[in-house]
Structure formats: C-alpha cells, structure tokens
Design a protein around this ligand. Sequence first.
Ligand code: HDL
Ligand code: ZN
Length: 420
Amino acid sequence: MNQLVEERLSKQNLLSVVEEELSATQIIDIHTHLFKPSLGAVGLWGIDELVTYHYLEAELFRSNDITPEKYWTLTKREQADLIWKTLFVDNPPVSEATRGVIAVLQALDLPTDSADLSEARKFFASQTLEGHIPKVFRLAGISEAVMTNDPLDPAEAPLWKNSAPHKLFHGVIRLDRVLEKWPEHWQKLQAEGYRVEQNLTPPTIAEVRRFLADWCKVMQPVYMAVSLTDDFRYPEDSIRATLLRETVLPACREFNIPLSLMIGVRRQVNPAIRLAGDGVGKADLRALENLCREFPHNRFLVSLLSRENQHELTVYARKFANMMPFGCWWFLNNPSIVEEMTRERIEMLGMSFIPQHSDARVLEQVIYKWRNTRRTMAPILANSYALLVEDGRPVTRAHIRQDLDRLFRKNFQKFCGLSN
Ligand code: HDL
Ligand code: ZN
C-alpha cells in the first residue's frame, strides 16, 4: 500500500482524514422506503413530496392554525405551498427535517430562499426518474439502497409481476400486515390461493411458509423486516409470536437471511395527523433477549425507537453475536442523539455495528440524511482514533478506510450473506 495511506497520523490531522475517507466511502443504505424505477408508481420524489414529508406535516401543525381535517382537503401542491410558507418563509428552517430540504435544494443548485416553489417545481418537472436516481445516489454518496416491500400492499404487490432487478436497489419482505394484522389480512393470502384460515392450524402454518417462500423468489430479499410496537413481548400466547416462531424465523433460516426487528413504535397516538401520528415508547428488551437466545441460528438486525432503550441494546449486542444493532431510527436521527448512540456503540462494540440508515421516504432525502450522518459521525470517529493514538497505537489512513468500509458496508454484507 502506498506511503500516503500507511503514514502514521497525528491527532491534529485525524479529523480531516476521517472526513475525506467518510466522503469517499460509498455507503449501503440498509433501510429506506425508496423504490426501484419499475415500482415507480409507489416511489416518491420531487419538491412537493419533499415538503409534505410526514415529519414536516407534524411540524406544520405546531406553527400554523390549520386543522388536520382542513389540511387533508388540500391538494398536494396546496399542502406543499402551505408548509413552505409556514416552515421555510415565515419561520427559520432550523429543525432537522426543514434544514434537510434546504440542503437538498443547495445540492441540486436550486435557490434555498425562494418565496414559493415554482422554480423548484420547474427543475423536477424536467427530470426523468431513470436519470435522476443515479445522480441523487452520487450526491448522497450511497452505492445502493435497501427498500421496504410489502407483499400485501395492494398498490405495490401487483407491480412486482413485471419488475426487473435493479443494481441500485435491494428488496426486503416487510411483514407488518402478516405479523401485526393477521386477522385483517389472512383472507388476502387465501384469495391468492394459499389454503390458510384465521386459526394457525398446521396446514395454515405450512401455507404461510409457502407464501413467504414464493415472495422470496419474487423479491430476492436481503432480509425480512417487521416494525413492532413498544409493548412487544416474546414469548407470548399470541398470533404474532406463533407466526414468528413457526413461519418467519424458519423461513429466514431456510433462505439464510436476517430478520430486522424495529421495536418501539406507539402507533397512531394522534390518528388525526395520519402517518405523522405515530409516537415512541420504551420496549421491554427481554423479548429480544429471548429471541436471540432461543434462535441462535437466526440473525437479527435490530433498531429501537426509544432513546432509553439504546444503552441496553448495546449491552445485548455484547451478549449475542447473532444480533446486529443498526441505525439511529426516526425520532433518534438527530445529531444530539446520534452522537450519544454512536459513541456508546464504539465504546462497547468497537466497529462491529451498523451506524446508520436513512429511512428516506422521498428519493432526494438521502442527500441530506447522509450529509448529516457524515457531518455528525466524523468528529466522533476522529475522537476514537485520537484516544487510541494518545494511548499508544499509531493510526493510518488505511486503518480508517478499512474501518469505514466495515461500518458502512461489510458489516451489513456479511450479516446478510451478500458478496461485495
Ligand atoms: O416503520 C418504519 O419503517 C418507520 O420508518 C416508519 O416508516 C416511519 O413512518 C418513518 O418514516 N420513520 O422515519
Ligand atoms: Zn422505515
């Protein structure tokens, strides 16, 4: 390896080297709500979707007297115009979600202080999705994005019939409708030819396994995933626990893929504001402990929504090598909390975790979410290396490059059995 990368770094130049290497690292975005172009009908992109992101809708209702009922009668453009005026013109866009839109406009060389959205709308109207996606990924510094695909979503599922693989996207089978809402959805499987009934009889269990296997062949998922409420328990005498134990976990073993558990949502605490209406609750992690211990041949990607669960999750990661903590999810994706979570993970896990995912719902959000991640994480990583140098171990650019590759690519690839 050439002299440059083997040069022992002084504490003073660690930050600039970490920043350079972070900027050069092509990140795998392991959890998003983006879609490959052939599923384009359900994919969100452009300024009106950016400005009506549910994070911003929640913030609108705090700074404008409009009622949610009235807001939902507006058109998408009217909603975007109202949010732009309220959160970006009448008030400073200093929250993470509002500043993110500003960062996207700047990255796309669009004005960031316009009184309205007309110029931005003109720009997006002139883009084609096929050409825009790679450009946005390049600006974000991501090599690929992992989707969230729901085989029981009536809008998405039919699109898979003619959907080709796309090198920038990986599929995931999302199981909320199966695991959390079986009574409302078992007849959907029946209608598709699976001989299931509401009771989880042995034939029904076998047919749910067939359903999962069929969708694994269609979606080629890198993992399966489910979002679980803060009151999730395991074991428990429930449909959810039975389906987990008898169908989902065996299917993950059959296809050698992890199960992603995202735990801690308190669903629809305020239904009036729809997607923005979910809250957060501290979960009892004995459920996770029991799953990791009872299923040593399963692998679990885990992201928790409550800040109060993070330290214990990190301790559990020290106990179970079949559990991979990932990301600073949703209400945690703010520098003040990302810093705390990342520091405790490095202190207890070294480089054996996955620091972040974007959770992007609108294509261009990856630009600001990954700019924020790099900006927040660079000093944290540089500090870890400074302590190492101070305590006697030289650090080189090669070491840093290798660690970033592990954090933002290899840990995920290895955990999911993906090749580089
Ligand atoms: O369940 C999830 O995957 C969450 O990320 C929700 O989609 C949530 O609404 C969200 O977008 N969080 O960022
Ligand atoms: Zn998500």
